[in-house]
Design a protein around this ligand. Structure first.
Ligand SMILES: Cc1ncc(COP(=O)(O)O)c(C=O)c1O
Length: 439
């Protein structure tokens, strides 16, 4: 078994080509490195075990990888699930994750969702004070085992990507702590509700420095101390610090690491780790991104306006954020020949185009790579997180299949994580069962 993730990936690409995973009817497919995912889960657990003896629940943010076998793999490594919709909760339950290892967030929970969560005993973080009023009614009628908390926004400012920064002055998430009177209202909300025992924050996702993330955590820790002092007892016993560790999309190096973040937290918020507070984390991208690879065949090549272009099958349907916001979400590309062997040769500036019918559907623009030929294989690297949750149905392009891989004797063995979407499914999802509905 190759030790380096990049060597394992090269072996897997070769095996995928040899075993026919890429073919005329499935010209784009995706691979997940099972050993890599296990290693990241173990690194996360070890990083926090190093800084606290208190109980820690690591709840994987399902939005980053909404795949039942992935959730079950993580569960086998002791990682639970953070869910933010009825669909994500259904996936976590289908993966067999125990209610005590599930946390429900989301800014728009309906009454039936809240009722279901409290009935199951899963942890719920209310997003706002109106939601707390709803929970008042529910727990007043029937006591629940669910640990209950409130999400706050420390308003510490944005990271590098505005759309993913949740701790800005006007973010839609949580109760904004610095707004006039808000802090007092939050303290009051806890004093009025003895069953409210958790505090939650999540300052953003990708593009936040460790220092900014730690600043958000320090703000909730200080609030918890204030509430506990006002209550005259340790009412808040658990702090949910969210996820948001950035991923390095520029090389194979995994940095920053969970251990670096944990150490920063211990330095910046030492009181949080003296054993008085249990912890919940909600990492998504940093657990999976490095372990996924999207593969596509080059169908045609052409030169237009002196720019070589390789036309492939991986575009906006799978790399939606990259295609619409390439500056924030550039992807590394690796190229292989038709046998799945890394392609060498002089670098030529070329575009890697997707299959969709608009000009901006470019997986990579003006990228210096060995010149591609029809039949070659293009790999979009670091696509293990979010790329399988933001499928885009434009042009009715199929959701690609996803295969887990692991060393199997001398070679690489694949298992199906998710089958490719079939044409029948595309037709059904497009109202095929009610073709006459509008006549
Ligand atoms: C509440 C919450 N927790 C956790 C996450 C996961 O963030 P990341 O994948 O960056 O770790 C998100 C992502 O948007 C989130 O909204």
């Amino acid at each position: 078994m190759a030790h380096l993730a990049s060597d394992r990936r090269d072996q897997a690409v070769r095996a995928a080509v040899e075993q026919g995973l890429l073919n005329g009817s499935e010209p784009v497919t995706a691979l997940l490195d099972i050993a890599g995912i296990r290693a990241s889960a173990a690194a996360l657990t070890a990083a926090f075990a190093e800084i606290t003896d208190a109980p820690v629940l690591h709840a994987f943010a399902v939005k980053a990888g909404p795949l039942v076998p992935v959730l079950r793999l993580l569960d086998s490594e002791g990682i639970g699930a953070e869910v933010a919709s009825p669909g994500e909760l259904a996936l976590a339950r289908a993966a067999g994750i125990r209610p005590e290892n599930i946390v429900l967030d989301s800014p728009a929970k309906t009454l039936p969702e809240l009722r279901e969560a409290l009935g199951l005993g899963i942890a719920v973080n209310a997003d706002n004070l109106q939601e707390l009023d709803r929970i008042d009614d529910l727990v007043g009628r029937e006591p629940s085992r669910s640990p209950l908390g409130l999400r706050v926004n420390a308003q510490i400012g944005a990271g590098a990507i505005g759309a993913l920064s949740t701790a800005t002055k006007t973010s839609k998430f949580g109760v904004a702590l610095r707004d006039e009177g808000a802090r007092e209202r939050v303290v009051r909300a806890y004093l009025d509700r003895p069953w409210l025992t958790r505090l939650h924050t999540h300052s953003g996702s990708q593009g936040l420095t460790l220092e900014l993330m730690a600043k958000g955590v320090r703000a909730v820790y200080e609030l918890a101390e204030e509430i506990n002092a006002a209550a005259g007892r340790q009412q808040i016993d658990t702090i949910d610090i969210g996820g948001g560790l950035s991923v390095n999309f520029t090389s194979d190096e995994e940095t920053p690491t969970f251990a670096m973040y944990a150490r920063t937290l211990r330095e910046e918020v030492p009181g949080l780790f003296d054993g008085r507070y249990g912890l919940v984390t909600e990492f998504g991208r940093s657990l999976l991104a490095k372990h996924g690879t999207v593969l596509t065949r080059v169908e045609y090549t052409k030169t237009t306006g002196a720019r070589p272009i390789a036309v492939t099958h991986a575009g906006v349907q799978i790399a939606t954020r990259t295609i619409y916001d390439p500056v924030s979400w550039p992807l590394r590309i690796a190229v292989y020949d038709a046998k799945g062997v890394p392609r060498t040769g002089d670098a030529v500036v070329q575009d890697i185009a997707g299959p969709a019918c608009f000009a901006g559907d470019l997986l990579a623009e003006a990228r210096a790579l060995p010149l591609l030929e029809p039949g070659d294989v293009v790999a979009a690297l670091d696509t293990g997180a979010y790329y399988f949750s933001s499928h885009y149905a434009y042009n009715s392009l199929a959701r690609p299949g996803i295969h887990g891989f692991r060393a199997d004797g001398d070679g690489i063995g694949f298992v199906t994580v998710r089958a490719a979407q079939s044409l029948e499914e595309i037709v059904t999802e497009a109202g095929g069962g009610s073709a006459d509905a509008l006549l």
